[in-house]
Design a protein around this ligand. Structure first.
Ligand SMILES: NC(=O)C1=CN([C@@H]2O[C@H](COP(=O)(O)OP(=O)(O)OC[C@H]3O[C@@H](n4cnc5c(N)ncnc54)[C@H](OP(=O)(O)O)[C@@H]3O)[C@@H](O)[C@H]2O)[C@@H](O)CC1
Ligand SMILES: [K+]
Length: 504
């Protein structure tokens, strides 16, 4: 499986086991070879242009020195800015330095001005990053992407936390290298795919340095991929002899006065993601009809019978006492349940609701954005963003539910062996009003068609992001993409995936 993610602690354990078997320095040599191969790919026809490599004091710097020597031996001009630390380098980095010096690499003292470069390689810091970049390191990190050429980060873009994807530090001056590509060693890392990671890592390539599988420990998380929900996709193929009652009901609970848009978006998404019948149980009795989708049925929320139906509560729900009573009723029911938006805010301030939620036996999915997650955890959104994976895990444990922590690199956490996944689809076009309502509707539709809470969350998040990617490819976004355009694109993707899953 190539979608496994490892924490720094796990990478260190694997490295330790492999180094004991292979001997000192072998992994660094392999890292230098893999990085040089990738660098040559990225240079393409521009091999005559010099490559700038920045090498820091630790073994990440050693990787850069090995890479420089390999590039030089391949006939590429290599300029190395080496910044040793106060302590002596490790034995393998010292050997890499000697090798680079002997290979004809040119060592420089400062970044060249106005140089035309073919590639910049960032080997300042990797998984040994211990604190915020400052002084010369910070200046360098900010300048590496100003040469108008690709930037290849070795292992991790310097300044980024490989576990959390947060740029390391506490104040607004925090910096990290912005790479176009990252070659990461031994195994992939969560921080390259969530929070600031996607912006700083660019395209990620994994090189396992030829380490045998028995040296690997269990992964700490996974990247979300179609394989992870393929079992339910295969079951979603529709037999001929069916009717609308075969595909379940979804009821969207929300729509307080003046907030009709949110439940309608969620309902349309549920309809186009295949729910047999979709209701809007609205708090505002004036909400009666959707002219785009007259298939949607509007009902009064207070008198609605939720039994046997999948409930999506929260879109446009508001915080009135009637909303709270409804929420209590649906949480207390045995219906599969998605909680979003206002439902999450109500939940955050209400110990009774939280207690009921933790006792639920039916499938339950919570879809908070970072601020909603922060309210649920009683912390700030900065704390959530500082470690999104941990925040999602904590929520999954606390509420015994599947958690979808939205944002760049959405984190899906289950309170079971399936653990944590980080989503790879989606783009900034999704940062617009209503996209969360669409996601909750899709999630409800998959639940009501019999998907488990985990696979519904994984599938809904993946397709929601893939729909945004498909729309951007057509020129519809990221600027100006609207939530209302997503359900149609999600429908196409779901049908394609079901077709492909049943052909396999
Ligand atoms: N693991 C593996 O399997 C393999 C690892 N490999 C490679 O090694 C990398 C890990 O190497 P590493 O452990 O030497 O750490 P690295 O990232 O070079 O930095 C540590 C140095 O930086 C310093 N320092 C830290 N933060 C700082 C800051 N903000 N500002 C200033 N200084 C700071 C710190 O010093 P100190 O904190 O003591 O001052 C120390 O000197 C890994 O990412 C991969 O590229 C490959 O060769 C193949 C196999
Ligand atoms: K680096």
């Amino acid at each position: 499986m190539d979608n496994l993610l490892y924490s720094v602690e796990s990478i260190r354990a694997i490295e330790h086991a492999a180094a004991a078997a292979l001997g000192e320095g072998v992994l660094m040599q392999r890292a230098g070879q893999a990085a040089a191969r990738f660098a040559l790919d990225l240079l393409g026809e521009h091999r005559k242009l010099p490559v700038l490599l920045v090498a820091g004091p630790g073994n990440n710097g050693g990787d850069a020195l090995e890479t420089a020597a390999n590039l030089r031996e391949a006939g590429v001009e290599a300029l190395v800015l080496y910044l040793p630390g106060e302590a002596a380098p490790s034995a393998e980095t010292a050997r890499a330095l000697a090798r680079a010096q002997a290979s004809g690499v040119r060592f420089i003292d400062a970044l060249p001005d106005h140089a035309q470069l073919g590639l910049v390689v960032d080997g300042l810091f990797g998984i040994g990053l211990a604190r915020q970049l400052q002084g010369r390191h910070a200046e360098l990190a900010l300048r590496l992407d100003t040469f108008g050429c690709p930037v290849l980060a070795l292992d991790v873009p310097s300044g980024l936390d490989a576990d959390t994807g947060a740029v390391v530090g506490v104040n607004d001056d925090r910096v990290a290298v912005s790479a176009t590509h990252t070659i990461t060693f031994i195994g992939d890392k969560p921080g390259l795919h969530t929070c600031d990671g996607r912006d700083h890592a660019g395209i990620v390539r994994v090189d396992d340095l030829g380490i045998e599988r028995h040296h690997f420990v269990a992964p700490d998380a996974r990247l979300n991929a179609v394989d992870m929900f393929a079992s339910d996709l295969a079951l979603a193929r529709r037999p001929q002899n069916t009717h609308k009652g075969s595909f379940g009901d979804v009821v969207i609970v929300g729509g307080a006065h003046g907030m009709a848009g949110a439940p309608v978006l969620a309902a349309r998404a549920a309809l186009l993601a295949g729910a047999g019948r979709v209701f809007v149980a609205a708090l505002d009795p004036g909400l009666a009809y959707d002219s785009v989708h007259p298939e949607l049925m509007f009902r009064d929320a207070v008198s609605f019978d939720f039994s046997g139906r999948t409930v999506v509560a929260g879109p446009g729900m508001g915080d009135a006492p009637a909303a709270r009573r409804l929420l209590f009723k649906v949480i207390d029911s045995d219906s599969p349940l998605v909680l979003d938006a206002d439902a999450l805010n109500q939940l955050a301030g209400d110990a009774d609701l939280q207690g009921k939620l933790a006792q639920r036996k039916a499938p339950t999915v919570l879809t908070p954005h970072p601020l909603e997650a922060a309210r649920l955890l009683g912390v700030t959104s900065a704390v959530v963003q500082a470690d999104r994976v941990e925040a999602a895990r904590e929520l999954a444990g606390r509420f015994d539910a599947t958690i979808v922590l939205k944002g760049s690199g959405t984190v899906i956490a289950e309170n079971e062996a399936n653990g944590v996944a980080i989503n790879t689809t989606g783009n900034p076009g999704l940062a617009t009003a209503g996209t969360g309502d669409v996601l909750s509707g899709v999630c409800g539709a998959l639940l009501t068609q019999g998907w488990s809470a985990g696979t519904a969350a994984l599938g809904a998040v993946w397709m929601h992001g893939a729909a945004a990617d498909a729309l951007v490819e057509q020129g519809i976004g990221p600027i100006g993409l609207t939530a209302g355009e997503l359900p149609g694109a999600i429908r196409s993707i779901l049908n394609r995936l079901v077709r492909e899953a049943t052909v396999r």
